[in-house]
Design a protein. Structure first.
Length: 162
């Protein structure tokens, strides 16, 4: 009788430990997916920030486009291939799987990731909250990284007209 009770207790303990370990192992790679997603978003941000603010803005950004000088263009891609993106708006609507580097080559370490980018002018409330003069003074760039496992991660970036 004592042997049977001991075997039952050991079985229950082994089952509990196995369940706990399986749960831990199933979540073990979440940190890796997140870290890689952040690194991927940062690389897109670097590429976006290297471009001028608007198609109408001169190189160097001075004078900035505005209703008083040269009006800024509407948000949206200009129809250029990715290799010829020259302003922030060109990235609007970009959807890549696998993600590509600045030269158009697939990023081997991110084959099963997906990247989506949207670009919008700030709305009136955001302009007022940030103390800007006009809605054309800022664009909200959102890079969404979808890892192979887990939910999409959104990374916002505010690009201002300077």
């Amino acid at each position: 009788m004592e042997l049977i009770v001991t075997m039952m207790l050991i079985s229950i303990a082994v089952l509990a430990i196995t369940y706990a370990l399986s749960f831990a192992f199933s979540r073990q790679s979440d940190g890796l997916w997140r870290a890689k997603s952040v690194a991927l978003a940062e690389s897109y941000f670097e590429e976006i920030m290297a471009r001028r603010y608007d198609e109408a803005a001169p190189l160097g950004g001075i004078p900035p486009c505005s209703p008083a000088t040269v009006p800024c263009t509407a948000v949206g891609a200009d129809g250029e291939p990715r290799a010829e993106y020259d302003d922030v708006d060109d990235f609007d609507g970009l959807d890549e799987q696998p993600p590509l580097d600045v030269n158009g080559n697939p990023r081997a370490e991110y084959v099963s990731y997906r990247v989506q980018i949207s670009v919008d002018y700030l709305d009136a409330a955001q302009v007022a909250g940030l103390g800007l003069d006009d809605v054309s003074d800022g664009k909200l760039v959102t890079v969404t990284v979808i890892p192979p496992v887990g939910s999409p991660m959104n990374f916002p970036l505010l690009r201002t007209n300077y």
